[in-house]
Ligand binder design. Structure first.
Ligand code: 4NP
Length: 158
């Protein structure tokens, strides 16, 4: 999984809370690391197509220096499975939904975002909680920052 990853897609349900946060955080970290990667996000559902990230997600991210304002929600497409080397789902439902629509031969590039965390991390393999109703945007941002660091470490590993 580590070799030749040049493009990463983060996927959640609505593409207005978790995955745009991951896109913004990971883009900032990749740029800081001097990595030239294609980074994007999308939702499995189409309810919020064209919308900016949730104001709570934008405010929480801005508090840590991440700008989510340019992002707009979109829904996953079949061509995403061709275009991206690594597709990271924010929770098990997102992963199941992606697996259900993935063209034959592409399951290998689908993973849960938290599977990339170190094995001893308490959230390894867990769902990134959905902050849309729970309003726990700070907790979600912190987890996404840790996961993004782990993804960068994996990509940069020799
Ligand atoms: P996200 O959060 O999947 O992290 O963007 C949600 C956003 C919207 C809804 C659910 C989750 N919704 O039901 O509209």
């Amino acid at each position: 999984m580590t070799q030749q990853i040049q493009s990463i897609l983060f996927v959640c349900l609505g593409n207005i809370c978790r995955s745009p946060t991951a896109e913004g955080v990971f883009r900032a970290k990749a740029q800081a690391a001097g990595l030239d990667l294609q980074i994007d996000s999308c939702g499995t559902a189409g309810w919020h197509i064209g919308k900016s990230p949730d104001p709570r997600a934008r405010a929480t991210a801005a508090g840590q220096g991440y700008d989510l304002n340019p992002l707009r929600a979109r829904q996953v497409t079949q061509s995403d499975f061709e275009k991206f080397d690594l597709i990271l789902a924010m929770d098990q439902n997102n992963l199941n939904d992606l697996r259900a629509i993935a063209p034959c031969g592409h399951p290998a590039k689908l993973h849960k975002f938290t599977d990339i965390l170190p094995p001893d991390h308490p959230m390894t393999g867990a769902d990134v909680p959905d902050p849309y109703y729970e309003d726990n945007f700070g907790e979600v941002l912190a987890l996404i920052e840790e996961g993004s660091d782990a993804v960068l470490t994996m990509i940069a590993a020799p």
